[in-house]
Design a protein around this ligand. Structure first.
Ligand code: NDP
Length: 425
């Protein structure tokens, strides 16, 4: 076990199923999330990037590709490589925040090394002719099916494991809801912290691998790289490498500190991130829209402006959490004392709005979609789903902070009235 038991509490933590529309909302999302992913894959792979109307239930069933042995082998090989790099790669071990039950998970921070080795192997394999991007893409549909099945089985197993533990971690007792939201905060498998591993080394690293394979497939098929493909993949790879440079900041994110590992996160890490976040490149590979150099420069500028807001605001909070007296934009920080003991920052980005980090992320998302042109709405999926996700996430974080800080949170909201966009929202 990589979880240290500092102290044990015997009482259960029973919660109300009040997120995402309760148990029925959770059931709907368990069905809708995979359906959307298969539909979008089908729109690009089978309908030239156009939306299509399923006429019957059998049309929906028919859009699910059959899993193949080749896809299973690719999936297992990638999973094994990432697990080996996580466990044996050089890197420091960091303890997570203590949970309500006094447990502290251990995380190996060596994502940059692991992603560097994976990228070198992938590029070396492509250059040496051992890996054919076109052949890997031929398994895209079966891989999607395989990853979905894996997510469903993993969610069922972690649900059962959570119910069998001595204490419950924010379970509600509603099987549908708990399957979706999860029953364990930090499940482990041997030396792997499953949530951290699957988010960072499978979700982010697979997204990165796809952002390399898709332009490589374009080059292999058409003999040249389109500007649109280059712009989207470069922006995304920059974002992914940046994520690994600052990998330890993941440990202060809501997914890690607050969310149990249920179907929602299993599916997000295994399917949603790598498959749906690369819809722009999948579309560009099929439709090959043209992008002028001027448009590319505008899009790159938008991307890096968004990146600056995203990274600087996240770093500001992280530094403040480490050292509450550190300078913010060159000045001593303006802070608010709370009864909980942790101060809140009310200057810098965190004085302009309560989540300017979301604004930066959304700006980048828009830039990546714009690179695909205006020929189809499918490549805009990323920003269209991400905007409501972050709006919802802000509301959920607001509710969690209200629980954590009580009246102090209301006082903070009065001092910083805007949620995401300063002076607007
Ligand atoms: P945040 O990093 O914004 O963390 C919220 C927490 O920060 C709060 O719960 C609170 O925790 C603390 N906090 C809030 N206000 C203050 C303040 N004024 N001063 C000090 N601490 C404060 O949330 P997320 O984890 O949602 O987002 C992190 C990043 O990840 C964002 O940039 C987001 O855009 C990105 N993201 C990307 C996703 C993707 O799919 N690409 C998905 C989700 C997020 P406490 O007080 O307990 O420390």
């Amino acid at each position: 076990m990589t979880v240290t038991h500092v102290e044990r509490e015997s009482e259960s933590q029973q919660e109300r199923p009040d997120q995402f529309g309760g148990p029925w909302g959770a059931l709907a999302l368990t069905i809708v999330m995979p359906t959307i992913s298969f539909y979008l894959w089908s729109a690009v792979a089978q309908h030239g990037g156009s939306l299509w109307l399923p006429k019957s239930f059998s049309d929906l069933v028919a859009m699910v590709p059959r899993p193949t042995w080749a896809a299973a082998e690719l999936f297992v090989a990638w999973l094994t490589l990432q697990a080996v790099l996580y466990i044996f790669g050089p890197g420091r071990v960091v303890l997570g925040r203590p949970t309500a039950h006094g447990e502290r998970a251990e995380y190996r921070i060596n994502g940059l090394f692991a992603f560097g080795v994976s990228t070198a192997l992938l590029l070396g394999g492509i250059a040496g002719g051992f890996v054919s991007p076109r052949d890997v893409l031929a398994e895209w549909g079966p891989l999607l099916t395989f990853a979905t099945l894996f997510a469903a089985v993993a969610a069922a197993l972690s649900y059962v494991a959570g119910r069998r533990r001595g204490h419950l971690e924010r379970s509600t007792g509603h099987p549908l809801y708990d399957f979706y939201m999860g029953t364990i905060l930090n499940p482990t498998f041997g030396r792997l912290d499953l949530k951290f591993f699957f988010e960072s080394r499978i979700g982010m690293a697979s997204w990165g691998a796809f952002a390399i394979l898709l332009p490589a497939a374009e080059l292999q098929t058409h003999g040249s790289l389109s500007t649109a493909m280059l712009v989207v993949s470069l922006c995304q790879l920059f974002y992914i490498v940046d994520f690994f440079v600052f990998e330890s900041t993941l440990l202060t994110m809501l997914d890690i500190i607050e969310e149990n590992l249920g179907f929602m996160l299993w599916f997000a890490f295994l399917v949603w991130m790598p498959f749906n976040f690369t819809l722009q490149q999948q579309y560009v590979l099929t439709a090959r829209p043209s992008l002028s150099i001027f448009a590319a420069i505008v899009i790159l500028s938008l991307n890096f402006a968004g990146y600056y807001v995203f990274r600087d605001s996240n770093l500001q909070k992280q530094r403040f959490r480490r050292d509450p007296s550190c300078l913010v934009w060159g000045k001593p920080p303006v802070t608010m004392e709370t009864a909980r003991g942790t101060k809140l920052l009310i200057s810098g980005w965190w004085g302009l709005a309560r989540h300017t980090n979301y604004l930066g992320d959304l700006t980048m998302a828009l830039a990546w979609c714009l690179a695909s042109g205006f020929g189809s709405i499918v490549p805009y999926f990323y920003v269209l789903y991400f905007a409501p996700l972050l709006l919802n996430r802000e509301r959920r974080d607001h509710a969690m902070c209200k629980r954590k800080y009580g009246d102090d949170w209301d006082r903070y909201c009065q001092r910083v009235p805007y949620r995401i966009v300063p002076f607007v929202y």
